[in-house]
Design a protein around this ligand. Sequence first.
Ligand code: F6R
Length: 595
Amino acid sequence: MCGIFGYIGKKINAGEIVFEGLKFLEYRGYDSWGVAVMPSEVNPKKNSEIFIEKKAGKIGTSTISDMPRANISFGHTRWATHGKVTTINAHPHLDCTKRIALVHNGIIENYEEIKRKLIKKGHKFISETDSEVAVHLIEDYMKSMDIESATRHAFLEFEGLNAFIVMNSGDEKILAVRNGSPLVIGYGKNENFLASDASAILTHTRTVHFINDFEMAILSKEKIIVKNVHTARLVLAKRVNLDWKTDFSDLGQYPNFMFKEINEQSQLIFNIAKSSAKLIQEIADIIKTRKNCYLLGCGSASYVAIAGSYLFAKLAKKQMNPAVGSEFGYQLDFLNKDSLVIALSQSGETMDILESVKKAKENRASIVAITNTVGSTLYREADYKLPLNAGIEISVASTKALTAKLSYLILIAHALAGNMKEGNNMLLKAGRSTEKLLGKDSLKKIKKLAKKLKNSKNIFVIGRGLSYPASLETAIKIKEIAYIHAEGMAAGELKHGPLALVEKGTPCISFLPNDETYGANLAGAMEMKARRGFIIGISAKPHEVFDYYLHVEDAGVATIIPNIITGQLLAYYLATIKNLDPDKPRNLAKSVTVK
Ligand code: F6R
C-alpha cells in the first residue's frame, strides 16, 4: 500500500530515476503520485525550495516535465486513507517554508490532536491528510535541533504504524524511518536507493538492508548509516544479497499481468510438485508436535486457510483452525507455547497478519511463514520459513501466489499423513488439469460465459467441503475486478436465507467435483434451478441441471486448484469484457500495509 522510491547519488537526473522507480511500484497504490527533487549543487541555489511535481491519477499514464537537474529525489504512489484523491492530498508534502519534504506510508492515529497544536503555533495546512502533520511537526522541532533529531522526535510522538522519508533542502541526505510499514535500502556505488519494495531497486543494486522497526536510515551519496530511533545509537545494518529474478516486468505475449500470472500456474504447480521434500517434511514434523495449530490469512489467503483446515482434517486427521488476520487478535486467549500459527501471505507485509503474528509471539506461539516474499517482515519474524517461489506477483488480485499456497498445503498435509508421494501425484494431476483449463477451447467457453453474465447484478457461488473456500475465492475475484456483487457460500447455507434472493435468471455457479460432496452439492444446484436460477456447473462431468457447463478434469483433493483457476478466469473475462483494468482494480492496492 503506497509505493515509495528514493534516490541519492552522482547522477543528476534523480527525479527521472525516481519517476521510473515509482512506475514499477504503481501496483502498491495508484490513485495519485508525486515526486520531490532537492535543489543540489548542479542547481545554482542551495537551500532553496524543494521542487514538487504531483498529480491525481495513475502514474503509468503520466509523464514528467521540466524536472530540475538534481541528485536527490524521492516519490510516492498513493492509496488514499485520509483525504480524497486530489493533487493536493498526493505526496510529497511540504512544510510552511517549502524546504522540508516528506512522504508517508501508514496512518498517524493521533494526527488530529497534533494538528490542532501546530495550527495554534501558526502552521498552515493545505491538505486533508494525516501525513502533512508529520512534515510540520518536523519543521517545528527543527527550530531547536537538526533534521535527524527533529525527525526522530516527531516519529516517536506518533501513534500507529508508519514509515516516513524526509529531505531538508541544503542537507545532502535522505532520512527514512519506520515502524510497521515496509522500507528497504539499496547500496549502490556512489549512489544509494530506498523503496517500499525490494523488487523496485533490483535493477540498480542487489545489496539491501530491510529497515527494521524503530530504525532510521540516513542515506548520503557515499554511505548509509542506520540508527536506533529511540537512542540515536548506531545499528549494524544487516546487508543481504538478493538473487531474485528481474524479468518480472516483461509482459511477453500477454495483455496484462493478471492473465500472465493466471497462465503461469500450471508450470508453477508442476514445480511445486517436485519441490524440496525435506522442507515440506520439516514443516509437517513441526505441526505434528503442536497441540493447537492455526492457519492465518487475509482475503483470498483466508480462503486458503479454510481450504487448509479441510485438507488437514481429511488427509492427516489433524485439526487446523482457520483464522482471518484482522480478527485473530481477538482470539488469542488459547495461544501458548504449544501453539503454532501458520501465516499465509503473498506479500509478507499485510499489516493484519503482522499484528496478529506479533501478538501470537507475545503469547509464546511459534510462527511458520508461507510467503512469496523472502526478506519481507513476516519472513523475518517467523521461526520457520517456507518461500512460495511463485515469482513476483504484480496484478493486485492474487492468483499464482494463492495456488502456490494451496499446493504447499496439499503437500504438507500429505507429508503429515506420511504419504508425500501421493501429494506429489495429486499436484501433478492438478497441473495437468490446469493445462487443459488454460487451453484455447476451454478459455473460449469461459469467455462466452462471461459475455452472458456481464450485466448481472448478483452472482451466487456455492460448494461444499473444499468447494466452499473455492466459492468464496471465486466470489471475491468477481467482486474485486469485475465490480459485480458475488456471494460465495457453503451450499448447505443457501436454504437458511440467501435462497430468497434467487429469481428467474440469477446466475448460480456450482462447484461439483468428483468427491463426497457431489450429491449434496447437486441438491444445492437443484434448489436454485427450482427458483429458475441460471445454473453454471463446474465439474468433471455434465449434468442436465446445468444451463451452462464448464469442464474441469478431476485431480482428487487437488481439484480445488483448477476449480479456483476457473473462477479466476471467469472474473478476468468479466473485467476485460467490461473494459476494466484487471491489474489495478478501483479502491484497492497490492500489499495492504495499514490496519
Ligand atoms: C484478492 C487478494 C487479496 C489478498 C489479501 C492478502 O484477490 O489478492 O484478498 O489475498 O490482501 O494479501 P497477502 O497474501 O499479501 O497477505
